[in-house]
Write a protein that binds this ligand. Sequence first.
Ligand code: NAD
Length: 495
Amino acid sequence: MPRIPADEILIAGHWRRGGGLPIHTVNPADGSVITTVHAASVDDVDEAARAAAAAAAAPEWRGLLPHQRARVLYRIGDLTEEHAEHLSALQTADTGKTLGETRALALSAAGTFRYTAAALETAEDALTPSRGPYVTMSVYEPIGVVGAINPWNSPIASDAQKIAPALAGGNAVLLKPAEWTPLVSLAFGRIVHQALTEAGLPTALLAVLPGKGSIVGDAIVRHPLVGRIGFTGGTGTGRTIARTAADRLIPAALELGGKSPTIVREDADTAQALAGVMYGIFSSSGQSCIAGSRLFVHSSLYDSFIGELVDRVRKLRIGPGTSPDTQVAPLVHHKHRDAVAAYVELAREEGGRVLCGGHSPEGEQYAKGAYYLPTVIDSLPNSARVCQEEIFGPVLVALPYGDEDELVAEANDSVFGLACGIWTRDAGAAWRLGRRIEAGTVWINTYKQFSISTPFGGMKDSGLGIEKGRDLIRAYQRQKSLYWGTDTAPLPWAN
Ligand code: NAD
């Protein structure tokens, strides 16, 4: 049973205090300090990277065949499921999310390990068509040490999506959780540590290194032994990391921000669309890269749809993530709540109409928490800052549309291209719009559904590279081509 991590982090296979500054993790439901984690220092990153490189090269790991590595991944999946309630409680305390959401995230992490293990067992090197007197093969090999840098919104799911394919690919991983939410990553680190220990493998195959992005994250990206970066987070940070990675000529996969359009056509099933729009933006209190934060409704039903939406949003139940009744939980941190509130003020200054929400809830039970009411704003053009910038909170901007070409132009008029939702009963329109909108994922008559077996990535400023799907392990490997001569005669030129 992994105990609740107190002040130790995982460096070079050992649990100990980091040499960096203390992080006081805060429960955003009431502002209380949960615990103090001693962050990693730059020296700790260096020590972890050296130990990880040795672990990745160790014969007991490097020599494992894919089906043998897969057994370790299955074990991590099983342990994660066994401890799902503990991981969920920890993540709810650290991020504020509801227990329902964090339970689903913990179970999805277990599923990610099992799926990756199965993909690993069935991954094939390829014999390529021969064009001469030789046999050609394309094979895949470990990179060595890879960095995984994650944001605070869904730590355990993002951790699993990077650690599982990285280990499957035969690598060692340096994981950097977000400063605000290190606890579940540390608990998950204990699970991986246990599975590695049971299998007699080097425990330095995973390091968990919390701390400031500009110090610990940067040290990982710059470390000469790190051969690949998997990053999920904001677009600005992604650009900074990509620049350093480009300089070092190492690959960096970037899963970045979004401002995803949701489209409600005149022929939509409005009951279904209302529920989907609300879930798309207000679940996880809008702190989701794929949140459907820009709503386009056909002008023929705009007033009635928005009227009904606002009535229903006002009735959403606000409360701590630990209450089974809660639909909208606190935001991750008081500072983030204030940033969201500042965006709503900006919308007001720009002439927006705040139809509901627009402030923190009143009442003693909310006084100490990082709560913000679900908010719907309209009467702003798509060019307004709140329509263009990622707010990452429970704030929806609504816009009417008439003509389909104008709709497509406005929906695509964004630097982002992460996701899109389309609500319609017209299959032809769904197909047409689904192909015209610039987004890595399009949901038709559903929203925010996720499957590890379906590739995920962003277009434009929403990212570079793909996570998940059947080929997820290949991104964590280096391809090599082998030519094996079959002719006994010398090469003709040498004759
Ligand atoms: P962030 O970019 O501030 O931080 C993400 C991670 O990067 C953190 O661990 C941080 O410490 C680290 N970091 C910061 N500066 C760094 C640097 N110079 N070098 C290396 N690492 C550094 O993002 P956030 O505020 O934690 O998370 C919210 C963002 O994440 C939103 O933009 C959201 O859309 C995005 N996100 C994207 C996806 C996706 O799959 N596309 C999923 C979840 C979240």
